[in-house]
Design a protein. Sequence first.
Length: 244
Amino acid sequence: MKPAILKTAICILLPILALSCAGPSQPVQQESENGVDNITPAVSPPIVNPGDGSTPEDACSALLISADYDRAIEEAGAALETDPEDTALRERLADAYIARAWYYKAKRLNPYTLSDLGKAVEVAPEYYRAHYELGRFHNNQWQFSIGLLYLNKALSLKPGFAPAYSERGYSNYKKQDYETALAEVNKAIALDAEDGQFYYVRSLVYRAMGKKELAISDLETVLRLSKDNALTDKAGADLQALKK
């Protein structure tokens, strides 16, 4: 190649090479059907900014509200490595495992559910809610004797926790110990008379005991108190069946 031609080729190629090697100074954009979308940065901003007053517990709670369970677990776990004695943070990490566990349960991934609930108990063994949720899961799997063990532990840690009494009542109902079941649910209602779920469980016990009118009264209370559509639908259907 002649020197003049070579010089011209180099002058053309060098700017092209320089442009191809340089990274973009602005976020990369790509076209979508609805217009231009910014590609999410590969590195997310830190959850807790120095000096903003936030704590790792706050950060984990915010992530739970946004249903970012994986990241909540990651952030809380990393914070615990530097402060393993932080009880509040341990409980938030347990909350994150619990939230992800029930997400898995909705997807029918029971082994993952059980694994995450076990991790919640492991990271926060003195946290009543971790034991309560594991008890609920075992009840859901018809393992009522195992469920009772965890519910007993939850109540030993927080004796006034009404949902655990109701869940323990349900365990005894399924074991056909109706008198004990009734006593347990009555304790839950005495502690919190505004939770419709407790009255629904008691209606099950009353039906099993042949006390139809009391069961009807409790189902009517469920419809009055509860804002849970699934629960009210179930109670409404049961009420119609009982009134036939």
